[in-house]
Design a protein around this ligand. Structure first.
Ligand code: SIN
Length: 276
């Protein structure tokens, strides 16, 4: 096995492991790598949908997406399609997956099916580092506070994109409150748990102060110093610890470059715990 670090902050590309052959022993290694690096990447993994689902089940129960219908025959898999004529793609903007749920996603296994010749990288940012490096005065201000995470409603996941279908669940917006500083259930580390896409207010804080503080946190957590960037190739697999990273699917699809090409990914998510 070889582990190539992707930046000084987080992320590693792993070679010498076949995800096709996953068993308890290989899973333990993968899980240790995930906890250490927070996002791990594997290239040339020609796994079937069944193998992707099997891999996910080693981490825990599969999560159904709040709004989006799964693939025909594979309801556990959400197929993310950016059409050749689309500029925008799902997941552009900093976020932590479904942080608006009572039990947000634990981890995601994303497999690339079709990748444009250029563009569409994914960037991850380390929220343990984001917490550690915050100024003490902000740490004190947010330590025992909660924030509201809003689901934005079905439209923002479906109507804005050509290839997404509703799963028929309640299409309305809802919210849940989570501690702004959560504790990782496996490592005990503190994590900054807000994100630009879904976190809208700090509970019990005056509106203007809440907006100001959240903006400061969003600015801090997206510092390039905490990030790594993955350039996809087809049949690559990313596994991220959705509790301790935020991520951003870059929509840099411009004429003569990434525009005019499809980007297709298969996503399986694992249900997480209630943040504390
Ligand atoms: C996501 O935001 O969950 C998708 C990431 C990607 O497509 O790169």
């Amino acid at each position: 096995m070889d582990v190539k670090l992707l930046s000084g902050a987080l992320g590693a590309e792993i070679s010498g492991i076949s995800l096709k052959d996953i068993n308890k022993e290989i899973f333990n290694t993968v899980n240790e790598l995930l906890l250490e690096h927070k996002v791990i990447f594997f290239r040339d993994q020609n796994i079937t949908p069944e193998e992707q689902i099997r891999l996910a089940k080693f981490f825990g129960p599969i999560e159904e997406h709040a709004y989006v219908k799964g693939r025909d025959g594979y309801p556990e898999i959400t197929r993310l399609i950016k059409g050749a004529d689309e500029k925008n793609q799902w997941g552009e903007g900093w976020h932590s997956d479904v942080s608006f749920n009572i039990r947000p996603t634990k981890a995601v296994i994303l497999k690339s099916i079709k990748i444009p010749p250029v563009g569409g990288d994914t960037v991850f940012s380390n929220m343990e580092l984001a917490w550690e490096t915050l100024h003490d005065s902000i740490k004190e201000k947010i330590l025992n506070k909660s924030a509201r995470h809003y689901s934005l409603g079905a439209d923002s996941f479906i109507e804005n994109f050509k290839h997404f279908e509703s799963n028929g669940n309640n299409p309305k917006e809802y919210y849940n409150e989570h501690p702004i500083v959560r504790t990782h259930p496996d490592t005990g580390k503190k994590i900054l748990y807000v994100n630009w896409m879904y976190t809208k207010t700090i509970v019990g804080m005056p509106k203007e102060e809440s907006a100001y503080t959240l903006n400061k946190l969003f600015e801090h957590q997206s510092s390039l110093d905490f990030t790594c960037r993955f350039s996809w190739t087809e049949n690559a697999v990313a596994i991220w610890d959705n509790r301790s990273v935020i991520h951003y699917a870059i929509a840099d699809f411009f004429p003569g470059r990434g525009m005019g090409h499809e980007r297709i990914m298969d996503r399986v998510a694992i249900l997480g715990d209630e943040p504390y």
